[in-house]
Design a protein around this ligand. Structure first.
Ligand code: SF4
Ligand code: SF4
Length: 412
């Protein structure tokens, strides 16, 4: 594991951070035992930065991280968590929320404390509530060690926020598709020039840059001077920037944890050759050509009062457009969002109220995109769902449902 130094404090952070927003699931909940094993696997591999937030996993992310760090692990790591400042309506809320977080995380201090998804408007609202005095006091009495903010807005606002307070660090979305969006490369360099450590989130853009790779992008990776997985290319590209301190990865597969730790052992700043950088640029250009909706799956737009699963619909729509030959994607969309077993959550439910759009850090015109999604994906729902329901009824009636529901395809 390589480590990089926080400029203002000299703290050494592992270049790979563990993002605690995508724990492995079991049934409809979190697989807590496996999550704890994975967190400890990462620590044993040298990861010392764990990023959580009260809103991740509906409050359970902090809780499980606290449990995972019991038994001697707490002292080996830095905890980063965030103030959900939209719940702050009076000054006393600031201390109350931090107190709750310390209790939840089973710790007496937060190493890296962020104002979550801070915008210029959010800061204007928080200033009169005394947020800077609160951060100063919490640092002074040791409840927090470093103060920072996470950010999803534009680079102009980013610079204003950087200059508004003597922050120790910030957290921005950055990957080879986002060089010029949000804070982007300009913001990264600006923050670093002001002495802030920069933590990177969404390095794989919500998984869009790995997993199922479009044929045309895969061809680019296959023709590269060295053979690497798409995830490795994406991570190495970010770590190539000397201004980057930590890259967060929302890891939930043991093999991915090991793989990322391996890559983080050699990804020094400036280690990519000109030829390797040209390969990543070619992949970026191809993705931009193929992708329809720039949704990262962050979920800030949820819940929708009309019941639309906004990130879920966009994810399937993007995948469908990246793999138009794969008819199963439309089938999965219908099964998931068409109301087969749970309430409907398809794009066509959108009433264009605009609530979600205000919360979207990517500033996506969500209702407009949902109309496109509905046009492409919803058409078969009124026909397919009754057919599927009938088929399910028959399978249940004739006792064949188990192998379809459980995936058990053996003849035993
Ligand atoms: S605009 Fe549509 S998707 Fe967004 S919150 Fe309103 S109904 Fe839901
Ligand atoms: S639509 Fe925007 S807010 Fe909603 S999940 Fe996608 S990126 Fe996040």
């Amino acid at each position: 594991m390589l480590y990089r130094t926080v400029p203002k404090t000299g703290d050494n952070l592992s270049i790979l951070g563990f993002g605690c927003m995508r724990y492995p699931s079991k049934g409809r909940g979190i697989d807590e035992e496996r999550t704890i094993r994975q967190i400890r696997q990462a620590i044993d591999g040298g990861v010392n930065y764990f990023d959580t937030a009260p809103v991740y996993h509906m409050g359970k992310s902090e809780l499980i991280l606290g449990r995972a760090l019991a038994g001697g692990y707490r002292g080996k790591v830095r905890i980063a968590t965030k103030l959900p400042h939209w719940f702050v309506s009076e000054p006393a809320d600031l201390d109350r929320i931090l107190h709750d977080q310390l209790d939840t995380l089973l710790t007496d201090h937060i190493d890296y404390y962020l104002l979550h998804n801070l915008s210029k408007g959010g800061l204007d609202r928080l200033r009169p509530l005394g947020v800077f005095g609160f951060l100063d006091a919490a640092k002074k009495d040791g409840r927090i060690t470093n103060a920072g903010f996470s950010f999803h807005s534009n680079v102009q606002d980013f610079k204003e926020i950087v200059d508004a307070y003597p922050w120790d660090f910030c957290q921005i979305q950055y990957n080879y598709l986002d060089e010029t969006s949000q804070a982007g490369t300009e913001g990264l360099k600006y923050a670093a020039s002001k002495g802030l450590a920069v933590i990177i989130m969404e390095p794989l853009r919500g998984g869009n840059l790995t997993g199922r790779i479009p044929e045309s992008v895969q061809k680019i990776w296959d023709g590269a001077p060295v053979k690497r997985s798409p995830a490795e290319w994406a991570l190495r590209w970010i770590w190539n920037h000397p201004e980057v301190t930590v890259v967060l990865s929302g890891m939930n597969e043991e093999a991915h944890i090991d793989e990322n730790i391996r890559v983080a052992g050699t990804a020094a700043p400036g280690s990519l050759s000109a030829e390797e950088l040209a390969t990543v640029n070619a992949a970026r250009d191809e993705y931009k050509r193929l992708m329809k909706v720039g949704c990262t799956g962050c979920g800030y737009c949820m819940p929708c009062p009309a019941g639309v699963d906004i990130p879920g619909c966009f994810a399937k729509y993007n995948t469908y457009n990246l793999f138009p030959h794969d008819k199963a994607i439309k089938f999965h969309y219908i099964m998931r969002h068409g109301g087969l077993e749970e309430a409907k959550s398809n794009a066509g439910l959108c009433r264009s109220c605009g609530k979600c759009q205000k919360a979207c850090p990517q500033a996506l015109p969500i209702p407009v995109h949902l109309k496109e999604v509905s046009k492409e994906m919803d058409g078969m729902i009124p026909i397919a769902i009754p057919i599927f329901k009938g088929a399910l009824w028959c399978m249940k009636k004739f006792g064949r449902v188990r192998r379809f529901v459980t995936g058990d395809r053996s003849h035993a």
